[in-house]
Design a protein around this ligand. Sequence first.
Ligand SMILES: Cc1cc2nc3c(=O)[nH]c(=O)nc-3n(C[C@H](O)[C@H](O)[C@H](O)COP(=O)(O)O)c2cc1C
Length: 186
Amino acid sequence: METLDNVLTRRSANRLTGPAPDDAELEVLLKAAMTAPDHGRLLPWRLVTLRGEDRVELGRCLAGLAADDPGARERAAAKPLRAPLLLAIVFSPVEHPKVQRWEQLAATAAVVHTLSLLLHDRGYASIWRTGPATEDSGVRGLHGLGPGEQLLGWLYAGTSMVAAPPRRPYEVGPRLIALADIAGPN
Ligand SMILES: Cc1cc2nc3c(=O)[nH]c(=O)nc-3n(C[C@H](O)[C@H](O)[C@H](O)COP(=O)(O)O)c2cc1C
């Protein structure tokens, strides 16, 4: 797929089923996504794969956090089952004299988005999902987070069950301006 076309046609997909990339294919795609710009080449992240029963275990954790009614617990438990593969995104910033935390977060987001584009290029689809559960100690523990690390959510991956709706073209408008057009203080 041509790059411009790939970027323009990627959509977040809510309803995902199999197939999802296996570990070998995922490694190829991640190796490519890791080329995203990363100040200091710190690689301040890791991904944890959840497949099959792992998703049920996460669902159990989420159900435990849900409101005290059976419907809410059932809905929470079913959330991780919305895709065959979940990639938990663990942000693991390091102390660095030059590279600030926000730069490391930006580098991490760049890897995740590049991976979503590569998944799309291979015919898969994905959606990045977050939520308050990412801060829960049980959920953090399940994914092996250490102190100072942050769970940025999960990239749900698989094959979309519906055709991606076309994207309304964006208007760049005032979000791209020449310095010469900025009225200075004088
Ligand atoms: C950091 C991040 C967190 C997101 N969290 C959620 C989420 O919790 N739930 C959700 O439905 N979508 C989530 N999304 C996906 C966005 O909703 C989605 O990208 C947006 O609606 C635009 O859709 P598109 O990707 O098809 O352009 C998240 C996206 C990003 C980048």
